[in-house]
Design a protein around this ligand. Structure first.
Ligand SMILES: Nc1ncnc2c1ncn2[C@@H]1O[C@H](COP(=O)(O)OP(=O)(O)OP(=O)(O)O)[C@@H](O)[C@H]1O
Length: 273
């Protein structure tokens, strides 16, 4: 075993932060100048769950995601991934952690000049050195995994439908067989059928691969049908967290109007209606 493989193996076996917590944010504060966007925020994400992350526009969902990914600095607090404090990692250790997480950014964010296959290979090229033929085979497996036809592999993003772009972006997020994927508004722009199909795909990944999913979404259907737990961001922190049923019973004003307002009632008819 090479030193690199040994380190990789050590990172894979790193103990979770207790009780199978795969990601833990503790007392996180993020500021831009004098604007405090997140203050003393704490959140646990458990292995193998689909966590839906929701909140009013501008509350800081993207900022938290970017902070977790190390793209935005925090003023204070701790973020642990797989039990490791991200602030204490060497560059090499950080790279090994990064390899275990996949990201689907809002709007798919595929490279328009690359084919689907080449897009899926971007993380492979960044982190591992494989012969082209093997990379092609691995990327094709991912194409099939997300339910795209093999013929889509050589197409460019502009030749794909919105739903196919989301699937291709998910295939790229899964390129390195991550333990956790971060999905930023994955069903936005899809029609309800396309969105439901995407949710089913995510559920299948959780069930068959034990994938942990952190999904930022405004999609009530996704929150109520696909998510095991929901966390609501408000007042610069996680205001409420729990199951869909907990959300339906919660009397916090924003949560109440979101989950039991007019729009919600079209999806979940109230029992006494
Ligand atoms: N790079 C930045 N510099 C300064 N302020 C920023 C930066 N990024 C985000 N913000 C501010 O942080 C706040 C939260 O933004 P964020 O994009 O995280 O909200 P959001 O909850 O994801 O909203 P939406 O649901 O509309 O996507 C906003 O007030 C935004 O202006």
């Amino acid at each position: 075993m090479t030193e690199h493989q040994h380190d990789n193996e050590a990172a894979r076996q790193a103990p979770a932060g207790g009780d199978d917590i795969i990601l833990q944010a503790e007392g996180v504060t993020v500021r831009f100048g004098t604007n405090t966007v997140l203050e003393n925020l704490s959140l646990d994400v458990y292995r193998g769950e689909i966590l839906g992350f929701v909140g009013a526009s501008g509350t800081g969902k993207s900022v938290l995601l970017r902070t977790i990914l190390g793209l935005v600095p925090k003023a204070s607090g701790t973020i642990r991934m797989f039990g490791r404090n991200l602030a204490e990692l060497s560059d090499q250790e950080r790279m090994l952690i990064d390899m275990r997480q996949g990201v689907l950014f809002q709007h798919g964010a595929l490279f328009s000049a690359l084919t689907v296959l080449e897009n899926i290979q971007v993380p492979m090229r960044e982190y591992i050195d494989l012969p082209k033929k093997l990379m092609d085979e691995l990327a094709l497996l991912k194409v099939e995994l997300v339910g795209l036809p093999r013929a889509a592999a050589n197409k460019y993003p502009s030749e794909l439908s919105g739903g196919m772009i989301k699937r291709a972006a998910l295939a790229r997020a899964l390129a390195l067989d991550p333990d956790i994927v971060f999905l930023d508004e994955p069903t936005s722009g899809l029609d309800p059928i396309g969105a439901a199909e995407f949710d089913e795909l995510v559920i299948k990944m959780r069930d068959t691969m034990g994938l942990t999913v952190y999904m930022v979404t405004h999609d009530l259907d996704s929150l109520l049908t696909a998510c095991d737990r929901i966390a609501v961001l408000g007042q610069k922190r996680v205001l409420v967290e729990g199951t869909a049923q907990d959300m339906m019973q919660c009397d916090e004003p924003w949560v109440k109007s979101y989950f039991r307002g007019k729009r919600a009632r079209r999806i979940v008819p109230s029992e006494d209606a």
